[in-house]
Design a binder for this molecule. Structure first.
Ligand SMILES: [Mn+2]
Length: 342
């Protein structure tokens, strides 16, 4: 499971067109039928309409959804469409999502959201008065399997002036374990993307079983590149334990309701160049644990507020990107929740 989002600024409704083009292209590759491609197009139109008419504009992100099953690495299993804005927000977005609510008179914020809910295979949203809105719509290809022990979401976007994302992430499932990588190729652009691709490919192929060995494998392979910051976490869902190892500035934390946050502390340095002696740290992985890992394109002040905690990992990732991305570098945030929602 890995991939980066294309991000589109939506200030007027004609800007929905390139997003629909990407959705159509992805849908065809995934074997979606005409009806499903049409449904994705309508969802994009409705989300864009809402952003333009009721939120003074915002962004739509789109990416293929990836399977995390280790035996079918990198298989695309669907499309994710995310609309986000910083407008006035809605007190009761769940109600606006009900079909028929304010769809006839398209005057109020949230008009058309009933259609978004009805047409999407899966939808989640977060809106709070004064805090804006994020809506995540997902479409799955026929027979898509995401047999994961945890619930995963990630948003990864390039610096707006770049076409290639220098950040990357991957999640692999092997038995009771999830192997997680978030990597930030030094700087941004094509060379950063090339370093990240090396790390991703080594991570996916490596037979190493510990976080420290995986980091070491990538460190060696990255000597040919400009280098990267990278962090690896391994979640053992049977043992209830998370093991972490990293080099550089890809950081994060494990959040629990009734315990203090466990901060992830990568070693200083750059993978591919210099590293201190690597060490692994282990933390408990509890029923209510939420793991957040992000690159330094997002502010280190990043926090998970209680009212966001119960949303889906994709929605949490979208809101954190919206609120903490500094826009001066590629930005990636990965969210994994121990508790599966469905
Ligand atoms: Mn960076």
């Amino acid at each position: 499971m890995s991939g980066s989002h294309r991000i589109f600024s939506i200030e007027n409704s004609s800007q929905a067109y390139p997003v629909r083009e990407v959705a159509t292209e992805l849908g065809k590759e995934l074997g979606f039928d005409e009806t499903k491609i049409g449904a994705a197009s309508i969802v994009i139109n409705e989300l864009a309409h809402n952003l333009v008419n009721h939120a003074n504009g915002g962004s739509i992100l789109i990416a293929p959804l990836k399977s995390a099953q280790a035996q079918c690495l990198d298989q695309d299993i669907g499309i994710e469409i995310i609309a986000m804005d910083r407008a006035q927000g809605m007190a009761d977005i769940e109600n606006s999502m009900k079909d028929g609510v304010s769809t006839s008179e398209r005057k109020s914020m949230g008009s058309g959201l009933g259609a978004v809910k009805r047409l999407s295979d899966k939808v989640d949203s977060f809106s709070f008065p004064g805090q804006g809105t994020a809506i995540v719509s997902q479409f799955f290809s026929p027979g898509a399997k995401r047999s994961l022990n945890c619930d995963i979401g990630a948003v990864s976007v390039p610096l707006p002036s770049e076409t290639v994302c220098g950040d990357g992430w991957a999640v692999l499932e092997r038995g009771n374990k999830l192997y997680i990588l978030v990597v930030d190729g030094l700087g941004h652009g094509v060379d950063a993307g090339a370093a990240t691709d090396i790390a991703l490919s080594v991570f996916k192929k490596s037979k190493s079983l510990s976080a420290v060995d995986l980091v070491d494998d990538m460190h060696l392979a990255l000597r040919k590149s400009r280098g990267a910051a990278l962090s690896v976490a391994i979640i053992d869902t049977a043992e209830g334990q998370l093991t972490f190892c990293g080099i550089g500035n890809v950081t994060g934390f494990i959040d629990q309701v009734n315990a203090k946050k466990n901060r992830l502390m990568p070693a200083p340095g750059t993978a591919g160049y210099e590293k201190r002696k690597l060490k692994e740290t282990s933390f408990p992985w509890l029923k209510d644990s939420v793991l957040i890992i992000h690159t330094d394109g997002l502010s280190s002040k990043l926090d998970l507020l209680a009212n966001l905690r119960h949303k889906s990992p994709s929605t949490i990732a979208a809101i954190l990107l919206r609120d903490y991305w500094r826009g001066r570098d590629d930005g990636t945030v990965l969210v994994i929740k121990a508790e599966k929602q469905n």
